[in-house]
Design a protein around this ligand. Sequence first.
Ligand SMILES: *[C@@H]1O[C@H](CO)[C@@H](O)[C@H](O)[C@H]1NC(C)=O
Ligand SMILES: *[C@@H]1O[C@H](CO)[C@@H](O)[C@H](O)[C@H]1NC(C)=O
Ligand SMILES: *[C@@H]1O[C@H](CO)[C@@H](O)[C@H](O)[C@H]1NC(C)=O
Ligand SMILES: *[C@@H]1O[C@H](CO)[C@@H](O)[C@H](O)[C@H]1NC(C)=O
Ligand SMILES: *[C@@H]1O[C@H](CO)[C@@H](O)[C@H](O)[C@H]1NC(C)=O
Ligand SMILES: *[C@@H]1O[C@H](CO)[C@@H](O)[C@H](O)[C@H]1NC(C)=O
Ligand SMILES: *[C@@H]1O[C@H](CO)[C@@H](O)[C@H](O)[C@H]1NC(C)=O
Ligand SMILES: *[C@@H]1O[C@H](CO)[C@@H](O)[C@H](O)[C@H]1NC(C)=O
Ligand SMILES: *[C@@H]1O[C@H](CO)[C@@H](O)[C@H](O)[C@H]1NC(C)=O
Ligand SMILES: *[C@@H]1O[C@H](CO)[C@@H](O)[C@H](O)[C@H]1NC(C)=O
Ligand SMILES: *[C@@H]1O[C@H](CO)[C@@H](O)[C@H](O)[C@H]1NC(C)=O
Ligand SMILES: CC(=O)N[C@H]1CO[C@H](CO)[C@@H](O)[C@@H]1O
Length: 832
Amino acid sequence: MASSRTEFVLVAGLAMLCSCLAIKVEYDANALIIDGQRKVIISGSIHYPRSTPEMWPDLIQKAKDGGLDAIETYIFWNVHEPRRREYDFSGNLDFVKFFKLVQDAGLYAILRIGPYVCAEWNYGGFPMWLHNTPGIQLRTDNDIFKNEMQVFTTKIVNMCKEANLFASQGGPIILAQIENEYGNIMEKYGDAGKQYIKWCANMAVAQNISEPWIMCQQSDAPEPMINTCNGFYCDQFKPNNPKSPKMWTENWTGWFKLWGGRDPQRTAEDLAFSVARFFQNGGVLNNYYMYHGGTNFGRTAGGPYIATSYDYNAPLDEYGNLNQPKWGHLKQLHASIKQAEKFLTNGTVETKSVMNFVDLTKFTLNATGERFCMLSNSDNTGDYTADLGEDGKFFVPAWSVTFLQNCSKEVYNTAKINTQTSVMVTKHSEEDAYGNEVKPAKLSWMWAPEPIQDTLKGNGRFEAAQLLDQKEASGDVSDYLWYMTRNISLKNMTLRVSTNGHGLHAYVNGKLIGSQFSRQAKGQQMVTGDDYSFGFDKAVSLKKGLNVISLLSVTVGLANYGAFYDLKPTGLINGGVLLNGKGNNSINATTYQWSYKVGLNGEAQQFHDPNSRNANWNSTKVPKNRPMTWYKTSFKTPSGEEPVVLGLLGMGKGHAWMNGKSIGRYWPTQIAETTGCDAHCNYKGSYNDGKCRTNCGNPSQRWYHVPRSFLNNNTDNTLILFEEVGGAPWNVTLQVVTVGTVCANAYEGNNLELYCQGDRRISEIQFASFGDPQGTCGSFSLGNYQATQSVAVVEKLCAGRPSCLIDVSQSTFGISSWGNVTSRLAVQAVCK
Ligand SMILES: *[C@@H]1O[C@H](CO)[C@@H](O)[C@H](O)[C@H]1NC(C)=O
Ligand SMILES: *[C@@H]1O[C@H](CO)[C@@H](O)[C@H](O)[C@H]1NC(C)=O
Ligand SMILES: *[C@@H]1O[C@H](CO)[C@@H](O)[C@H](O)[C@H]1NC(C)=O
Ligand SMILES: *[C@@H]1O[C@H](CO)[C@@H](O)[C@H](O)[C@H]1NC(C)=O
Ligand SMILES: *[C@@H]1O[C@H](CO)[C@@H](O)[C@H](O)[C@H]1NC(C)=O
Ligand SMILES: *[C@@H]1O[C@H](CO)[C@@H](O)[C@H](O)[C@H]1NC(C)=O
Ligand SMILES: *[C@@H]1O[C@H](CO)[C@@H](O)[C@H](O)[C@H]1NC(C)=O
Ligand SMILES: *[C@@H]1O[C@H](CO)[C@@H](O)[C@H](O)[C@H]1NC(C)=O
Ligand SMILES: *[C@@H]1O[C@H](CO)[C@@H](O)[C@H](O)[C@H]1NC(C)=O
Ligand SMILES: *[C@@H]1O[C@H](CO)[C@@H](O)[C@H](O)[C@H]1NC(C)=O
Ligand SMILES: *[C@@H]1O[C@H](CO)[C@@H](O)[C@H](O)[C@H]1NC(C)=O
Ligand SMILES: CC(=O)N[C@H]1CO[C@H](CO)[C@@H](O)[C@@H]1O
């Protein structure tokens, strides 16, 4: 299986010594041809800014161990060029280092420059200064935009060239992408859109890289661009040029999570089925979107309302742990695909229907007559036995693909999982001598109020006789923009504010009179579509003389998808502020003189920085449920190597920093919808992001990743929270994420590996049965028959060990008389 990859490791190894060793990338309809070798490529997305440089080597190695040939990433313009011509490629923005690590691991890379990225990334990756450039129109035939796009694209390409990252220079990059999913929205841009996409193609080609360029979801991609497919299934996709290879640039391994949304889950069986069908139908390159999703640190989450966790239910979880059984089941799939590689890329293909829903695709090598088959059952419900004559009879469960070596021996079936399921848990890291967790001492807290006196008095930094767009007024340097006005009134009235979202805190004469967010305003329903606007109504008592209205508008990630998404109004623009009195007595304050202030004083004064002396930290009477409050505490780093998470139950909404580094927005009070979860997720049938959801009725995100590299090894750590709506920090807790329980339900004839994480061991076999066990992890039960030695055998092989390997066979369990019946081994064990 690994032979072709091993060769590449050698080539890349030499390339490191001598970057003159060019690797030639060509293609035809059936293969990517890399240095003359016909290949199918299995790739996975890992976005470098969604993890840390310290995590990269491990993530890349796990991707390689999982059978990937390539790593794909976007380039994120807004974080690299936050101000025009001021660039940042430091820390986790060092994409050159990321690609070098990919190369060191012996993997290929796919460079998606975009520069529009979508990706649930703030504003689709466009810097806000771009939007605020006079005369610009984004993603269309506009000279100002095209010039900026070309400058940035050229800069990235040149950085890659200087670092010898292209395959033609001996580097890892075999493909590059320009624009992204423009085909989905192009119609709305009319002729200018068509001109623009032609320009994109020419501009890319003029970059003079030797590798092929691709365009995702672009059915009219101009030559020599290769158009590719994104989606949950791409088996029916055909590139517009028959000579182009069929490539699946985004195969969604799961889905993203929204604040207040349920957890999306895509089963390993269905994901494997979709990939197998893709290769059965002539696929050449499959990229998992995402292979590791990671974390939206800082204010990078797109939106509106994209959560801080970008776990994506990917094969590697947010923290970099193996998401089992998905990772292992796909690893076995990849091994089978590699076994079939020479057949897929150079075989004569023949597909025929064996029976309803069941298709047999036979690949034959002309030279030797060797064969390889894929047998698929695309029925949602029916399991069938396919009679392939001399080659045998094969049981194909519903919604699955079987790989048949020599068309006669089953080597893999997408619905038969022979990998352990890991049930992840959070725990306190400290343990007593018996391995029981020990709760650490309570954290002690200090607090400081957000200084808001200036804004409550209506004092801003600039003025306008209108309500401005929040993006434009703030340049998106903060989630917060104050809109303030002062006027004379004699009457008590109702304040009505119409906003485009995503949140509003209203103060009148220095007093908070109410707060609202888009989702609450819609009765806790998830916002469907992209209308996050709402109206805020509240009776206010005004006094004689001067009254001050201070409105704090809050964004929660800017839109990242759709035609003209960049122009979506944000904040109070196009809304209005009215004061309705009795009778016809109304004041329309929309065109009053408004005073503005961008961001919070605590942000400007770096309260989040533990070394800043600007905040007046106070340890007496630490308040709860006080909006606009900063909290601070310190603690020791949890011992061990396991990923660390911060539990923020009790807090409201805000932003968290560990030792001055942002771990993102938090919002544990956003509760996931209470209905629509699937306790018994059925992998059969087409997946969509509404299927197999979990976590109904719980906080949509309770745990927040704290990368270990953010923590000090020898000194205490400082955690600082900005709490916007009011919360209580007493239950804030730091824990580690680990494998709590391992389960398996493996078929006879396989080697089953069970393992715990870190230095934990398999401590208790809760269930073991070799026979026809029933149920699933957490609810296994005995079937009609089993080997009586089941528990004893598993205990002997596994108990007390960090991992164990079980040859799932009749002989392992002391059976000699069952003949050719196929049995399974179900196991459930605790890690401690
Ligand atoms: C690409 O090559 C052409 C012809 O050699 C040259 O005119 C052009 O400047 C090159 N473009 C870049 C971006 O290097
Ligand atoms: C293999 O044989 C088939 C039919 O005999 C023929 O159509 C095809 O062109 C051959 N393929 C190659 C690569 O020679
Ligand atoms: C592809 O198949 C043809 C005809 O069967 C054979 O001559 C050729 O060597 C094969 N190419 C590779 C790279 O295996
Ligand atoms: C391949 O399959 C054929 C037909 O089922 C069988 O006769 C032959 O022995 C198989 N070859 C190998 C190497 O398994
Ligand atoms: C507004 O109402 C409050 C009590 O609700 C009252 O104290 C106040 O005098 C009223 N103001 C005016 C201007 O009528
Ligand atoms: C308030 O004034 C604005 C700006 O003149 C106008 O667009 C809006 O329609 C007015 N609202 C009402 C309710 O009169
Ligand atoms: C105060 O309100 C009056 C109308 O009631 C308006 O004409 C005036 O412009 C407002 N003043 C300011 C500073 O906005
Ligand atoms: C700390 O907070 C308490 C309670 O709000 C207050 O009385 C005290 O003055 C504050 N101390 C400092 C140093 O700000
Ligand atoms: C903290 O957790 C305890 C135990 O679950 C609970 O009773 C208490 O209400 C929580 N406190 C806060 C401030 O959330
Ligand atoms: C602490 O040690 C771990 C290895 O145990 C290392 O990965 C991490 O980078 C260190 N953190 C700092 C801040 O030095
Ligand atoms: C088991 O063996 C018997 C007799 O050898 C055969 O008739 C039957 O089809 C076999 N069953 C399976 C599932 O292979
Ligand atoms: C069309 C579309 O929504 N594209 C998106 C598909 O997948 C991920 C969503 O997770 C986006 O990043 C794509 O661009």
